[in-house]
Design a protein around this ligand. Structure first.
Ligand code: HEM
Ligand SMILES: [Cu+2]
Length: 581
């Protein structure tokens, strides 16, 4: 850790408040108190632990898929097992990991802190969200017990309405866990509208909040559709009502419409909060006011809206009419505009900034690079004629991993590193952090860029075996995935290590300007703010934040509040950081 961080820590000791001598982790300890807590910070941590387990399991499944594909023919499992393994990987990653991930972990922890609130609007509903999620997760295990699922994560009918008992459990699990998502979205919308601190106008909202706001709208509007779709599938299976199964007079393509009417917006549930994290990281680690604040904020909302109009691009070859395909293709291009606006604004924010290459910023830069490839390949499969060739090939697998893993997971990792000191009160090891980013970045590209090439050459997706000419590329992809896995395990390792042996963090180790850093103790108070903050500046006005802290931005927490307007004592100067400011 650098000297600047230590300097700020001294400032914190001086400002110790006797009335609040317990931080949120010391307050009400014990397993029972945790399981009944209404503290948004603790619920965020409970979600983090649950999601880490899911990510680990789904990640191991991915490595099994890759290992099977390292050579032609049977390598470690038979074809039926293979189908189940990649299906479980997809279902767990999408429905039980990536959809909840950023909002449920970092949204929960950070949102009230960033807007100056004591908690979310409905703390009990927040806890209920975690329980509902856990019930969904347990039902997923039940699905494995009752025969497993091999339909792919998309559950296309008529296969899914006619096979294996596990499908019933799995679709029910997704029905149930959808409510967790709706609860979170509802909670965030009301919290953002109603619980902002005085002075926190819409134009002063950190962009992470705008990202979460746009996400919440999609969660509330789109999730019921997947719920109903799963319910209809369940009704068809249990009561024999013909909805999707042609044998019963149903229409299997109707399922695809319903499914993608949710699942395309759902990819924005996964990426919009990631955009929000990106804006925080890029601004803080470039020490620049964000370029085009309004454009970034409103483009999130625009993407959320447009996201509802493009589902047909998943069905170009499912027999939908040519005119609908053309319209869906056109609207799909439109999404490139607000996404491009964001990428350009982030780059413009970095331009002439004092860029500080700490681990969170390295994740942000990885995101910029990988998400751009993801978005660009997305436009390519959005082109009607091109997609006829690429549909259901490894190209699509490469594309969505660039977006979901290269985008959302990179942002999640960047955000976890960024807020780690605030969550745990400890610093992670910066050197190991950088080594891990490097492994992840290299491993990721080796794994997934080869898949783009494989797909363009005609390797179909979801296949157990392949012809000889694909073998070399499959091998690179598999060895790449081991490097990627090693990087992720390294993160897990030094994360756990830092919980016990990490250096104590200061209140604001990154010299950031948003409230969770400037007005909250190193480890937050159980009720977040000792005094309600009075917001007098924007989230990226680093120079104004610096004035309040006495010049170097290394403030100790308690600054401007409603009843104590005087600035906090200056933290000791450090040459390196004050020159950056
Ligand atoms: C350790 C990193 C990962 C590796 C090596 C990996 C690898 C794979 C492989 C080999 C497939 C099978 C493709 C096929 O046969 O069609 C697959 C499918 C899939 N993966 Fe990943 N993956 C990883 C991480 C993720 C992440 C973070 C997500 C995010 C949500 C994700 C979402 C999916 C989805 C949705 C599918 C499609 C499943 C299906 O077609 O039914 N993966 N992945
Ligand atoms: Cu889509």
């Amino acid at each position: 850790m650098d000297s600047a961080t230590k300097g700020a820590e001294v400032g914190h000791e001086e400002h110790h408040d006797e009335a609040h001598d317990q931080n949120y982790l010391q307050y009400e300890p014990g397993i029972w108190n945790w399981l009944t807590t209404k503290d948004h910070k603790k619920i965020g941590i409970m979600y983090a632990v649950s999601l880490a387990v899911v990510f680990l399991v789904a990640g191991v499944l991915a490595l099994m898929v890759r290992t099977e594909l390292v050579s032609q023919g049977e390598t470690i499992m038979d074809a039926d097992t293979y189908n189940q393994v990649f299906t479980m990987h997809g279902i767990l990653m999408v429905f039980l990991f990536l959809v909840p991930s950023i909002p449920a972990i970092l949204g929960n922890f950070v949102l009230p802190l960033q807007i100056g609130a004591k908690d979310v609007a409905f703390p009990r509903l927040n806890l209920a969200s975690w329980y509902v999620y856990m019930i969904g997760a347990i039902m997923t295990c039940a699905a494995l017990y009752f025969g497993g699922v091999d339909t792919g994560w998309t559950f296309y009918t008529p296969y899914s309405s006619t096979t294996g008992g596990g499908v019933l459990w799995m679709t029910s699990a997704i029905f149930v866990s959808g409510f967790a998502s709706i609860f979170t979205g509802l909670n965030f919308i009301v919290t953002i509208h109603k619980m902002r601190a005085p002075g926190m106008t819409w134009n002063r909202l950190p962009l992470f909040i705008w990202g979460l706001y746009a996400t919440s709208i999609v969660q509330v509007l789109a999730t019921p559709v997947i719920g109903i779709t799963m319910l209809l599938l369940i009704l068809e299976r249990t009561l024999g009502i013909g909805i999707f199964d042609p044998a019963l007079g149903g229409d299997p393509v109707l399922f695809q419409h319903f499914f993608w009417f949710y699942s395309h917006p759902a990819v924005y549930i996964m990426i919009l909060p990631a955009f929000g994290i990106m804006s925080e990281l890029i601004a803080t680690f470039s020490r620049q006011r964000i370029f085009g604040y309004r454009a970034i904020a409103l483009s999130s909302v625009a993407i959320a809206m447009l996201g509802f109009l493009v589902w047909g691009h998943h069905m170009f070859v499912s027999g939908q009419s040519a005119i609908s395909s053309i319209i869906f293709s056109l609207i799909t291009y439109l999404i490139g505009i607000p996404s491009g606006i964001k990428v350009f604004n982030w780059v413009a924010t970095m331009y002439r900034g004092s860029i500080w290459l700490q681990t969170p910023m390295l994740y942000a830069l990885s995101f910029l690079f990988l998400f751009t490839i993801g978005g660009f390949t997305g436009i390519m499969v959005g082109v009607l004629a091109v997609d006829v060739h690429l549909h259901d090939t490894y190209y699509v697998v490469g594309h969505f991993h660039y977006v979901m893993m290269g985008g959302s997971v990179m942002a999640l990792l960047g955000g976890m590193h960024y807020w780690w000191p605030k969550i745990t009160g400890r610093m992670y090891n910066e050197t190991l952090g950088k080594i891990a980013v490097f492994l992840i970045f290299v491993g990721f590209n080796a794994t997934f860029f080869t898949q783009l090439v494989l797909g363009a050459k005609g390797m179909p997706r979801r296949y157990y075996d392949y012809v000889e000419r694909f073998e070399a590329l499959h091998q690179i992809s598999t060895y790449g995935s081991y490097i990627l896995g090693a990087g992720l395990f390294l993160v897990l390792f030094y994360g756990l290590y830092s919980l016990f042996y990490g250096e104590k963090a200061s209140a604001n180790p990154w010299a950031a300007a948003t409230l969770e850093w400037t007005n909250v103790a190193a480890l937050p108070d159980p009720h977040n703010f000792v005094r309600t903050p009075l917001v007098t500046r924007g989230p990226y006005d680093f120079h104004l934040a610096d004035e309040v802290f006495g010049g170097d931005g290394m403030g100790d927490g308690a600054t401007k509040t409603l009843d104590v307007p005087e600035p906090a004592p200056a933290a000791p100067e450090t040459a390196e950081e004050s020159s950056k400011a």
